[in-house]
Design a binder for this molecule. Structure first.
Ligand code: ATP
Ligand code: MG
Length: 413
């Protein structure tokens, strides 16, 4: 026998039950996003490697350890996108979207790739839904983004949600704080993990995110960015919080919140769900006022988030079903096959989900199969058409296909 093949490590097949839940989530997400005025947007799955090196940041885990990077046949270095914002910012510049009325509000849904240790809720190919609002630094956009994700999670049936919120300040104001933090980390260098030690210069904020016990102990006493914001940044953050308070969104201000991407400025946030184990993050984002400029565009503020589809589905207690019960068309004897096919087609054209016998079952086998499919009615095609309502058990003869369709249309879903 030929050796069996398997899906690559960290990837998965979406089986039909899951496919249905994903579709339903997509539908609900689209409905929430549309209400907030965000428009659907897509970028390629492959981008120049340089986009992520510059856009996500050389010192981030994503760029250092997690990217699928390869050379194409022309010797160019390409990368399977590990996140969505860099690509959207690139497209914004490439299409001159700064000339459109601002802010430009976009949303996306699609596959992303990170070379990580695969486990429940953490894959090498996963899907994200995300938004970006570019071209304005108004705090209402920060609040709106957060509200939007909160509403989407609610529509998806994700409960036990906790929102953590912080501000990283603007890039210039942050520089002074980072020097202060570097000084503190150097004083305690011996107590830190090697990983954190190696990044004191490049990315000292990551030390707040470490699991290493020694590092955590040191960080408990570290100077905090939130206590070192400039006047403008503090005011911006206060306004975001006031808008969220007004909207009834509860959150914890968490001065230790850092995000895994270099481009964030000012507002950052993360949603977690108690339904998830160790991989508790469902989605997160923040403001990135320097990113577009860093990618060669005009100075353009922006704010957005991304949420993991698989984690939303893991944390959701909603059925996200929505697949209607079918009408089943059975054949009493082989002679009725063409009539049965025609009736099934007529039912489908009338908008009814219809299944029909296609595997050579006996009539008894067909009725059993209809039951398994949860059919709400069975039409048995033989000499005429026998209509059996599976809810009431009532059975009657119908004169022709049109009448059968009329009855089917009138049934409860
Ligand atoms: P984590 O801390 O779990 O590694 P992250 O900070 O790297 O998450 P983001 O870059 O903020 O995640 O991505 C947004 C969301 O995408 C996450 O909250 C999560 O739901 C999802 N996500 C990120 N990486 C993966 C992955 N490898 N597999 C599945 N979902 C993921
Ligand atoms: Mg990660």
């Amino acid at each position: 026998m030929a050796a069996k093949l398997q899906a690559p490590r960290g990837t998965f097949d979406v089986l039909p039950e899951d496919g249905q839940r994903r579709r339903e989530l997509y539908r609900r997400a689209g409905s929430v996003l549309g209400r907030y005025g965000y428009r659907p947007f897509e970028t390629p799955v492959i981008e120049d490697t340089d986009l992520f090196a510059r856009g996500v940041g050389e010192s981030t885990d994503i760029v250092r350890k997690e990217m699928f990077t390869f050379e194409d046949r022309g010797g160019r270095s390409l990368t399977l996108r590990p996140e969505g914002t860099a690509g959207v910012a690139r497209a914004y510049v490439e299409h001159g979207m700064h000339k459109l009325p601002q802010p430009v509000k976009l949303w996306y849904w699609g596959p992303f790739f990170r070379h990580e240790r695969a486990q429940a809720g953490r894959y090498r190919q996963f899907a994200q839904v995300g938004t970006e609002a570019l071209g304005s630094d108004d705090p209402s956009l920060d609040a709106e983004s957060i509200l939007l994700l909160a509403e989407l999670l609610e529509a998806a049936g994700v409960h036990e949600v906790r929102l953590r919120l912080a501000s990283l300040g603007s890039l210039e104001a942050r520089a002074a704080y980072l020097d202060k933090l570097r000084g503190y980390l150097r004083e305690h260098e011996g107590e830190l993990s090697e990983d954190v030690q190696g990044r004191i210069d490049a990315n000292p904020l990551r030390a707040f995110d470490a699991d290493h016990p020694g590092t955590r102990a040191v960080m408990a006493g570290a100077p905090r960015l939130l206590d070192n914001l400039s006047g403008d940044d503090a005011e911006h953050f206060a306004e975001v919080r006031a808008l969220l308070d007004g909207a009834g969104v509860s959150y914890d201000v968490d001065p230790t919140l850092v995000r895994g991407l270099d481009y964030y400025t000012r507002t950052v946030f993360e949603f977690e769900s108690g339904r998830l184990g160790a991989q508790s993050g469902v989605g997160g984002g923040g403001r990135y006022d320097g990113l577009v400029e860093q990618l060669g565009g005009p100075a353009t503020p922006g704010v957005g988030w991304a949420a993991g589809i698989e984690r939303i589905l893991l944390a959701s207690d909603s059925e996200l079903g929505g697949f209607p019960r079918p009408v089943y068309v059975a054949v009493a004897d082989d002679g009725g096959r063409r009539e049965a096919f025609a009736l099934a087609t007529a039912l489908r054209e009338a908008g009814i989900r219809t299944e029909l016998e296609q595997a050579g079952r006996s009539l008894k086998g067909q009725l059993k199969h209809a039951d398994r499919l949860g059919a709400k009615a069975v039409a048995i095609v033989g000499e005429g058409i026998e209509w059996k309502d599976m809810g009431t058990g009532e059975q009657r003869s119908v004169t022709n296909a049109q009448e059968a369709v009329r009855i089917a249309v009138g049934l409860e879903p």
